[in-house]
Every structure is written in structure tokens, then in C-alpha cells.
Design a protein around this ligand. Structure first.
Ligand SMILES: [Zn+2]
Ligand SMILES: [Zn+2]
Length: 254
């Protein structure tokens, strides 16, 4: 299974791309940079899976459904925790900020359908993947995920501060191929990271200690763009080569 990195930044500035990763061709994980997919890529996406409802993760969902509404045969499925989807419906796709596409129907039916995730149960995704959703320490209905393809599994923390249950679940996964984890702030801004439920390199090191799998490669994302240089220095000093900072355009396989 291929994982294409469409955007990884933890906020928006010139030259930055908000979080979106393409799992195979059919599943878009977070929609911060959904508009950066080509028209045919957007058309191929069957499901947008949201880690949570914060703006940097849902921003371009509205533009993506708008751009593909007339060319879709099937509704776009938008999946997330119940709390996450409630926020998206009530505060974004609400016929005020943006149309409620779940009520816009073409001859082939609704253009968008919402589907709640059931926590802590494996569920199937398009393209032959299965996923496990685990509540993490962050607002807006946040979940981390474990994804399982036919050949391996990965963990994706989504946005989170220090947490534990997702690491306990990950410890049971024998074919764990990689860990994708957030880092938002450098070690010098630990107070801000804790207050906003995010990680620093030092906090991530403590999280990885909970899993205790030094053989599994770690990729990080969600850096605040204005903190990038300091985070890069912290990561290099603390982890040497074990932790790689993801960039737009990277492709991982599992
Ligand atoms: Zn967030
Ligand atoms: Zn975020």
C-alpha cells in the first residue's frame, strides 16, 4: 500500500501545505490540502477520513466536494468520529459557511454522506485497507489510527498530546512497519505544546518509550512552519537518523 504525502504542515504560511495523506488512490486522510490533488486524483477518492475537525485538517474538504460534485458517480464518503462529524456539519458544511452537500442530490443520489467511526473496532476502508480508531489527547473529536494492509500495519497518531491507549494497541501489532507521529513545537516551547495538546521532540521520545519498539522507523509531521528550523535541530540532536521529518511529495509503502 502506498502512502502519498500531499501536505504535512501544522499551520498555513507561504509555501506550506496543511495535512493530507493519500492512502492508495481511494482514501484521503485529512483534507487540509485536498485541493492539491489533481482533478482525476480527487475523482478517484472514495472516502475522506478525518482525524479531527480542526481547520488545518478539514479546510479543503469543501473545495474538493465542490470540484467533483458533477463528475462523481458515487457520493463522497466523509468518515470521522461522531464528535468530529458533528462539528463539520454544524460549523462548516452548514449552508452558511459552505453548502450542506449531504442535502445536494444529483440523479445518482446524494453528493456526500457522513459515516461515524466506531472506536476500537477494526473497520474496512476502500482499497483493501482496514483501520482501527483510537481516541487521543486532542480536541475536536480527535482520533489516531492504525492502518492494516495485506502486507503490514502503520500507526498514525493524528494531532495529540501525550497519550497512552494508542501505544498499548500498537504494541499488539506484530507487523508494524512504521510510526507516523505529530511534532508541532520545539522542546523550548513545551509549555505551549502541553497547553494545546501537541508534542515536542522530547515529548515524542517519551511517547515512543511507551511502545518500546526501537526497530520501527518513525516519520513526523505537523510542524508549525515558523518553528521548523528549531524542531529540525532538536530532532537531529535527540534522534539522529531514527526520526525522519516528512515533506510534501514523499511516498511511503507498507
Ligand atoms: Zn488539531
Ligand atoms: Zn492540526
Amino acid at each position: 500500500m502506498q502512502l502519498d504525502i500531499i501536505g504535512v504542515d501544522g499551520s498555513k504560511q507561504y509555501g506550506c501545505y496543511l495535512c493530507s495523506m493519500l492512502l492508495g488512490e481511494s482514501v484521503l486522510l485529512d483534507a487540509g490540502s485536498a485541493s492539491m490533488l489533481s482533478g482525476s486524483q480527487q475523482q478517484n477518492v472514495e472516502m475522506v477520513l478525518l482525524t479531527h475537525a480542526h481547520l488545518d485538517h478539514v479546510l479543503e474538504l469543501g473545495f474538493m466536494i465542490d470540484a467533483t460534485v458533477t463528475i462523481r458517480d458515487e457520493p463522497l464518503r466523509v468518515m470521522g468520529s461522531r464528535a468530529c462529524l458533528e462539528i463539520v456539519r454544524k460549523h462548516y458544511m452548514n449552508d452558511l459557511i459552505w453548502p450542506d452537500f449531504s442535502r445536494i442530490k444529483t440523479s445518482s443520489g446524494p453528493t456526500l454522506v457522513y459515516q461515524d467511526i466506531q472506536d476500537r473496532k477494526w473497520f474496512d476502508l476502500p482499497g483493501g485497507l482496514s483501520a482501527w480508531a483510537e481516541p487521543v489527547c486532542h480536541g475536536a473529536g480527535a482520533r489516531g489510527f492504525i492502518f492494516r494492509s495485506g502486507t503490514g500495519s502503520i500507526i498514525h497518531t493524528g494531532d495529540t498530546g501525550p497519550t497512552s491507549s494508542i501505544w498499548k494497541k500498537a504494541a499488539q501489532i506484530e507487523d508494524l512497519k512504521m510510526i507516523l507521529a505529530e511534532i508541532s513545537f520545539p522542546d523550548s516551547k513545551t509549555d505551549v505544546a502541553i497547553a494545546s495538546n501537541h508534542l515536542t521532540p522530547a515529548l515524542l521520545e517519551a511517547e515512543l518509550g511507551k511502545l518500546g519498539r526501537s526497530d520501527v522507523p518513525v516519520y513526523v509531521f505537523h510542524l508549525k512552519p515558523w518553528e521548523r528550523h528549531e524542531i529540525e535541530r532538536d530532532v537531529a540532536r535527540r534522534f539522529s537518523d531514527r526520526v525522519v521529518i516528512l515533506r510534501r511529495g514523499d511516498r511511503l509503502e507498507f
